[in-house]
Ligand binder design. Structure first.
Ligand SMILES: N[C@@H](CCC(=O)N[C@@H](CS)C(=O)NCC(=O)O)C(=O)O
Length: 126
């Protein structure tokens, strides 16, 4: 009971600290943002709201101005089941990536952030 209360308190603190220190979102032209938004429809982040690894990924998404759907795998039993059955384990964060009709599931916050940066961060040529 006390452990649960402490865990909840810590979770709320993490969310608050994230909100206070959130990085600025990348600015794109309307056309560029529309193209990125279209690509983002192929992605979904399975996550827990107060998980620090998920917060880290959501911050990177915010910095890159990515409108990726976040799916709550703690409270939504359908999302939890999808993650278990199709991803392989209930571990978050996990990015569901649809590419050319294929679906892959990427675990590990650092790998997800690296993937998003490689795919969506502006290159020096832009
Ligand atoms: N090394 C992983 C750690 C992820 C992790 O530990 N997530 C926790 C939630 S904060 C989890 O899903 N635990 C459930 C489990 O491991 O079964 C990452 O960076 O993504």
């Amino acid at each position: 009971m006390i452990i649960k209360a402490l865990r909840n308190g810590l979770g709320q603190l993490i969310i608050f600290a994230d909100w206070l220190t959130r990085p600025k979102a990348l600015k794109r032209t309307a056309e560029q943002q529309a193209a990125v938004d279209a690509q983002a429809t192929q992605l979904a982040l399975y996550q827990f709201r107060a998980c620090p690894f998920c917060v880290k990924v959501r911050r990177a998404m915010h910095a890159l101005n990515l409108n990726i759907e976040c799916r709550d795998a703690l409270n939504n039993s359908q999302f939890r089941q999808e993650l278990l059955e199709q991803g392989g384990q209930v571990k978050v964060p996990c990015l569901r990536i649809e590419e050319a009709g294929e679906v892959r599931w990427m675990y590990e916050s650092n790998d997800i952030i690296q993937y998003l940066q490689e795919r969506f961060a502006p290159t020096s040529a832009e």
